[in-house]
Design a protein around this ligand. Structure first.
Ligand code: ATP
Ligand code: MG
Length: 333
């Protein structure tokens, strides 16, 4: 399998040198896999990493081979790697506990129908609280890097739109101040990189082009990498397969059937490779983002070992070794 993982248009800026990496993308494309692979690279670089999931359904299950983090507190799933899932409603309640310290009053608020209605109906409130929690985790200085893995529902951008909308809607007061702090963090390229995960197929590519455009143009947030997952990169081209397929074999019927099946599988893999290649070119041309490709690993059960293998493949691209300064000699070992 080819090990080319990057199509670099520009000098790479390591997403791991930021304090916050936010991963957006459609459902099922590999956001949790990429988030975990990035976290593993960072941990190998001795960083203390918080992997923050925004999908409350992930609380009770393994994600990318990492054990569950069921409660509200971060769980250290590997040395230096913490997992936590943020749920907007819980984040709102946590926040209200800080501002309304009297338990009896607070319980009355939580029990009231007005509160229940407000939380259910206020558009974007839960997303706003969740992104506020992300800001808090980045700001509190406990982590070198916070990686946000967005939910399966695919409305990741809603989390990024909310602080801007709140900041612009409330021109003074508490909400304005809080939203501004979050918005300032998100749009600071020294702190944040908003990356996107996709697969190189027609529908996800159409959606990804729109997501990248909104991040860069409408929201004006600092773009990170465009991770292209599950890329087929066959070692054989159609031109090389043709003569092999045409060669007379004359073996036993069972061998003949096996050969035919192997040739059909090779043809299919070559077709997938060509499809991924052409959609990869489209992604590069239409987004202008830096592409980082992750190979499709054909496995009966995809697990932690596979995520780790992917992390080693992307490591030279997402965390390149520091170049020696000109005029300086490499240290002797
Ligand atoms: N590079 C890869 N090669 C082969 N299979 C992969 C690869 N990356 C991910 N997968 C498979 O795709 C599945 C979905 O990946 P993942 O859970 O990371 O996606 P997701 O975008 O987080 O999904 P959701 O939107 O549901 O949260 C994984 O369980 C795994 O089986
Ligand atoms: Mg996921």
């Amino acid at each position: 399998m080819k090990r080319r993982t990057e199509d670099a248009a520009t000098e790479p800026a390591s997403p791991l040198e930021r304090r916050l990496v936010f991963l957006a993308g459609k459902g099922g494309v590999g956001k949790s896999t990429v988030a975990t692979a990035l976290a593993l690279v960072a941990v190998r670089r001795r960083k203390r990493v918080l992997l923050l999931g925004l999908d409350s359904d992930d609380r009770g299950r393994d994600v990318a081979g990492l054990r569950p983090a069921p409660g509200a507190e971060p769980v250290e799933v590997l040395p230096g790697l913490f997992r936590q899932n943020v749920e907007g409603r819980a984040a709102l309640e946590e926040y209200l506990r800080l501002v309304v310290p009297v338990r009896r009053v607070l319980q009355a608020v939580f029990d009231s129908r007005v509160y229940q209605y407000f939380v259910a109906a206020a558009p974007g409130l839960k997303e706003l609280m969740a992104i506020g929690k992300i800001w808090y985790e980045v700001d509190r200085g406990r982590w070198d890097l916070v990686i946000v893995d967005s939910p399966a529902t695919g409305h990741a951008l809603q989390y990024l739109r909310m602080p801007k909308a709140a900041y612009e809607t409330f021109t003074t007061g508490l909400v304005h101040r809080e939203a501004k702090r979050v918005w300032d963090l998100l749009r600071d390229p020294a702190s944040t990189a908003v990356s996107v995960v996709t697969v190189a197929e027609e529908l996800p590519v159409n959606e990804t082009v729109a997501i990248c455009r909104e991040i860069r143009e409408q929201l004006a947030l600092p773009p990170g990498c465009l991770f292209v997952n599950r890329v087929h990169a066959p070692d054989l081209s159609a031109a090389e397969l043709g003569p092999a397929a045409a060669r007379p074999r004359g073996g036993r019927p069972a061998d003949e059937a096996l050969c035919r099946a192997a040739l059909a599988a090779a043809e299919e893999e070559i077709a997938w490779g060509a499809l991924n290649e052409s959609y990869g070119r489209r992604l590069a041309a239409e987004t202008g983002w830096r592409l980082v490709k992750l190979p499709f690993l054909f496995r009966e059960e995809f697990g932690f070992g596979d995520v780790e293998a992917l992390s080693r493949l992307i490591e030279p691209v997402v965390a390149p070794a520091a170049k020696p300064r000109p005029g300086r000699e490499e240290p002797q070992r």
